[in-house]
Write a protein of this length. Structure first.
Length: 415
């Protein structure tokens, strides 16, 4: 990825160091967590206020960069290996005929995002009516066809398999601390109780789409059950041209997604040569103020020192989005903060530049004080971060090697 701008070193004031650093960390972490890529046609969303998060496993899992990440971080390597080698995961992949590395897109969409987040305190207190406009859609695309007509048969066969691998049972038998009766019970246990997915076998057709209703009991949470009383959750499937697409969510949203898909307009905003992840979150100043009764500029409010530093500019942010791709042995991240006017963008850029300067100065001082101690954010890495103000937008560009991306985990072994 070509950098958006040439680096300029900011001028800063030591007396105001703490506030800019908090602001910079907010912007920096947003860039680090940003997920990927290039637009190809108009993507489908449940509504204009929806947030979209997407990752493309097939673009990253087999890459040299990802393999280096696994070597660099013992913890991440251990976690990935544990998941990918889990017997239940291995058996499910064999049964369905597809692998995790074959997934070309996994998207998570939350409709009416900001208002949903603002209403979360009411929901946690049991007021599920606060989620009246809530919608959650999951889109999954994978190489390889999983015929909808045989999906339930394959899933049931996998769910009926043993909950404990025979080798695990043998280990339990050699362990005197476990009662033989309990081991016998474990040896006969199945992966999933059939009551959890009873009814999924009753599919229905809607054009090219096959729909399966997901029973509320499968989610096994009171919150999910209460929400599902008003909006039932369905999984839609289509398999053709050597690929399978799944969509999970309210029936009307699932059908709307596939209707858009089948009109010939690519629903996915990601082309084959795009990056490995992306996100887009719409922002609204009025809804931001609903997060608590007091002003967001309260230093003890939900955004703390960041809101104090940015002032009213924070209410002028209209969208925060990010892109990412792998190139030249580094992960390249781009964060876009779109504002309602150029003045607000200028204010955010100024805070970002000053905060970056404070972080660079802090790293420089740490290195001068003790060259043997590596700062959490090395100066070399910080110097690669670029910020640009362009009209109503603030652009942040950064690149990271595996050790820089996860400094807290680099070179730390995990059993």
């Amino acid at each position: 990825m070509t950098s958006w701008l040439s680096h300029t070193r900011p001028i800063f004031d030591n007396a105001n160091m703490k506030k800019p650093i908090a602001s910079f960390l907010f912007l920096f972490l947003g860039g680090m967590l940003s997920f990927s890529n290039r637009v190809q046609g108009e993507p489908w969303k449940p509504d204009e206020e929806a947030a979209v998060f997407t990752v493309r496993p097939d673009q990253v899992l087999g890459s040299p960069y990802f393999q280096e990440v696994l070597k660099t971080s013992g913890f991440l390597g251990f976690a990935y290996s544990t998941i990918i080698n889990d017997q239940h995961v291995v058996d499910l992949q064999k049964e369905m005929g597809v692998e995790i590395a074959d997934i070309s897109e996994a998207s998570f969409m939350m409709g009416n995002f900001l208002e949903t987040m603002a209403n979360m305190p009411a929901v946690t207190s049991g007021n599920y009516d606060a989620f009246s406009r809530y919608s959650l859609i999951i889109i999954l695309r994978t190489k390889g066809e999983v015929p909808p007509d045989t999906f339930f048969e394959k899933f049931d066969r996998w769910a009926s398999g043993p909950a404990f691998h025979p080798k695990a049972i043998e280990r339990f038998r050699r362990d005197d601390r476990i009662e033989p009766e309990k081991i016998e019970e474990m040896s006969k246990a199945r992966r999933l109780n059939s009551e959890l997915y009873r009814g999924i076998e009753k599919s229905e057709k809607s054009g090219k789409t096959t729909l399966f209703e997901i029973p509320a009991v499968a989610l096994n949470q009171s919150f999910a059950k209460e929400v599902l009383k008003k909006a039932k959750i369905y999984m839609g499937m289509q398999a053709e041209n050597g690929a399978t697409t799944f969509a999970v969510g309210p029936k009307e949203d699932v059908l709307a997604f596939f209707a858009h898909e089948n009109r010939g307009s690519p629903s996915s905003p990601y082309s084959d040569d795009g990056g490995f992840a992306s996100f887009s979150i719409p922002m609204d100043g009025e809804i931001l103020k609903k997060f608590e009764a007091s002003r967001l500029s309260d230093p003890n409010g939900p955004l703390g020192p960041l809101a104090v530093t940015l002032g009213d500019a924070i209410y002028k942010i209209r969208e925060v989005s990010g892109t990412s791709e792998l190139s030249g042995g580094r992960a390249h991240f781009g964060l876009l903060v779109r504002c309602a006017d150029a003045e607000s963008a200028q204010a955010i850029w100024s805070v970002g530049q000053a905060s970056l300067g404070m972080a660079q100065l802090s790293a420089m001082r740490q290195q001068m004080k003790n060259p043997k101690v590596q700062p959490d954010l090395p100066l070399e890495f910080l110097n690669k971060i670029k910020l640009k103000h362009q009209g109503n937008d603030v652009l942040i560009d950064l690149a990271a090697a595996p050790a820089e991306l996860f400094p807290w985990a680099a070179n730390k072994k995990f059993p």
